[in-house]
Design a protein around this ligand. Structure first.
Ligand code: NCD
Ligand code: ZN
Length: 357
């Protein structure tokens, strides 16, 4: 009989896809990311997008100031690409480590993407520079067109745009963000992990499109790319359990006020309070805990060419009851799996102290 694992210590993870927003929301939500993660890529799709070094430095400062006093959490910044992105600013930003990469949002694909890219050939000159200086390109991989079925947007993007970009710029380092389909899994798996990788979210691992409609429509499970059929969910679970280096953790935690999710149909799932606990649940279910650390803490830094963290964290098999909501002024944000109990939790200081004695 296999021994059941009750406790696991891994190198402290990084989250390669996080939306922290700004102002009061930033101040309230950052604690959940810094609790579990040493570093995170902070997505630049603010209402006023982070399109250059000056904006990014200012935003990073606001994030650093919002951390807990004893926190050593590091926000890693990316530049929001527009057709007017300055090559000089981008190059300086990358060489001075202001930016770890740049993000391509197709026009109209998701939250605050109206300054995004309408036609990929608008930015060939930018991609050429990025390939040359080895600056990673992070992609929201959905082709947007009213005639394309929403469930086919990711596959269409791969077929019509990604293959083209990779042919033209074969050494451009690309992260395909929050992949959701078996087609994306196969495409990424077939390529060299030096040039192509993908992030996978906890909600796309734990849910499929049925979950969005069970017991009435579930606005808190609406995100983009939208949840897919269970065959795709299964492909994602297999991808992470195989331990391939092309896949790493990117939670896409994306808080929106509940009222706005209802009235405007905003897309995004706030999973930071439980994201790591969800990932370990899936790795355990897939009998793949031996690959948990590489997905959470090694494949990402190796792809982005930065050191692996030194610190460790310990997760224990002990029930954890998730929050029901967080309040921000008169507004509330409902987390993923609100009020539910997970089987894993973070080891408390008290527990680790007992162990040392
Ligand atoms: C994200 C957001 O709200 O900023 N929403 C989402 O559904 N994932 C944007 C994104 O990553 O698409
Ligand atoms: Zn996102």
């Amino acid at each position: 009989m296999l021994k059941k694992i009750k406790k696991i210590t891994i190198i402290k993870p990084d989250d390669w896809h996080v939306h922290l927003r700004d102002k009061e929301t930033l101040k309230k939500v950052i604690q959940y990311t810094e609790k579990y993660y040493k570093r995170a890529i902070i997505m630049p799709n603010l209402e006023n997008p982070v399109t250059n070094c000056t904006k990014s430095i200012a935003y990073q400062k606001r994030i650093l100031n919002a951390r807990k006093l004893d926190s050593n959490f590091e926000p890693l910044m990316v530049c929001y690409l527009t057709k007017n992105t300055s090559l000089k600013d981008l190059q300086i930003g990358f060489s001075k480590k202001i930016f770890i990469g740049a993000k391509l949002y197709p026009y109209g694909a998701t939250t605050n993407s109206l300054e995004g890219i309408k036609n990929i050939n608008e930015i060939y000159h930018i991609l050429e520079l990025m390939e040359k200086i080895k600056m990673p390109l992070l992609i929201h991989g959905e082709k947007i067109d009213n005639n394309i079925d929403i469930y086919d947007r990711e596959k269409k993007f791969i077929d019509d745009t990604l293959i083209l970009i990779r042919k033209k710029f074969p050494e451009l380092k690309i992260t395909l963000e929050h992949i959701t389909t078996k087609e994306a899994v196969s495409y990424v798996e077939e390529h060299n992990s030096l040039y192509l990788s993908a992030t996978i979210t906890p909600h796309h691992l734990m849910c499929n499109r049925n979950d969005m409609f069970i017991k009435g429509i579930q606005p808190n499970l609406y995100c983009l790319p939208v949840l897919k059929r269970n065959i795709h969910q299964i492909a994602l679970k297999k991808a992470i359990s195989n331990g391939k280096k092309n896949f790493f953790l990117g939670s896409d935690t994306a808080p929106h006020f509940y009222q706005k999710k209802i009235s405007n149909g905003c897309a995004g799932i706030f999973n930071a309070p439980v994201s790591l606990l969800c990932y370990i649940t899936i790795f355990e279910e897939m009998n793949a805990l031996k690959n948990f650390q590489s997905f959470c803490s090694e494949n990402g830094p190796n792809f982005y060419n930065i050191p692996i963290n030194q610190e460790t964290i310990t997760l224990v098999k002990k029930p954890y009851k998730n929050l029901n909501q967080i309040n921000i002024g008169n507004n509330k944000i409902i987390p993923f799996l609100a009020g539910k109990t997970l089987n894993w939790s973070l080891e408390t200081n008290e527990e680790s102290f007992k162990k040392e004695k």
